[in-house]
Design a protein around this ligand. Sequence first.
Ligand code: ADP
Length: 359
Amino acid sequence: WNISEPLSRFFFVDQKILYNRFWLNLGDFETVGFAFNSSFDLYSVDMLRGPDGELPAKLRSVEPYLIERITNEIMNKMPDVRWEDIAGLQYAKKCVTEMVVWPLLRPDIFKGCRSPERGLLLFGPPGTGKTMIGKAIAGEAKATFFYISASSVLGKWMGESEKLVRALFGVASCHQPAVIFVDEIDSLLSRRSDGEHDITRRIKTQFLIEMEGCDTGSEQILVIGEARATNRPQDLDEAARRRLTKRLYIPLPSSEARAWIVRNLLEKDGLFKLSTEDIDSICKSTEGSDMKNLVKDASMGPLREAFKQGIKISKLKKEDMRAVTLQDFENALQEVRPSVSLNELGSYEDWNNQFGSFS
Ligand code: ADP
């Protein structure tokens, strides 16, 4: 193995942690994949220590294993998404650039009446590019990106979620400017209800405390919440809504944006052979569809056909595979249901009229 510099540091600093990490994560392909893909670019908590051997004040009461898990699993130093990777959404891009990207790039001139927004809510149907916008904000602002989903906080991290939330903001403050993206924030910070579990309430309180800390301090940390169909923004706690000062509706992609997404996703894998007429026809029938899921399903068409013809997938040669066709999209449209109903769209628009920052 070609042990990269961070690993060798990590390895010799604490062999036990490395060993434990691999055993703990054997079932977690994403994490192991990440570790391998980045040539063992694992971070140790020791990398955050100052010359005096001390951790930054915010992290002193945080358990080291949490700091390491956040750094290795949740943090992504400057994602490589840029505005030009996102189709359409010109208005959202323009607003977000002024509201949050410029302030992260130039904190010195975004003071007083130009003081920046600390929280941004992106809401709308699933699969419309909200996560991409979050990554592009971090990419454009040269910020460190932290991605956390409410389902992981309430699932895999349950039991230590409160500590995790504290650690997350602590690590982010050591990697400023930072963007913390919270997927499905509406289920994490939903309105208080009588039947609410104690632990859920505590996580929510911790989150709001940390967000408040970002508001008052001079920290360069932007929190982006994402809210989508199943847990609608209507369910968001009022205190959370107030802290997410800008709320931007990310609608379904326009016909041109849908064409762009189809072409882009297929071209990436060298599978694009559709004619302009085919693309037009796909765009006409895909209003309301989750485009990524649709392209994914359509791209299975050639494989399904080969399998039907009795060709073993293990023996299938890449060069013998046919391109993805209009028929594959028509078949996929039978399988992949629209991700949002007209009814749901209406309720986003109502919420946008009531609480959105822009009409
Ligand atoms: P959301 O966070 O809104 O659920 P994502 O940002 O995760 O959606 O988008 C899912 C996928 O769909 C992306 O990885 C991308 O391939 C595609 N996609 C969705 N919207 C766009 C867009 N406007 N431009 C380019 N790709 C998009």
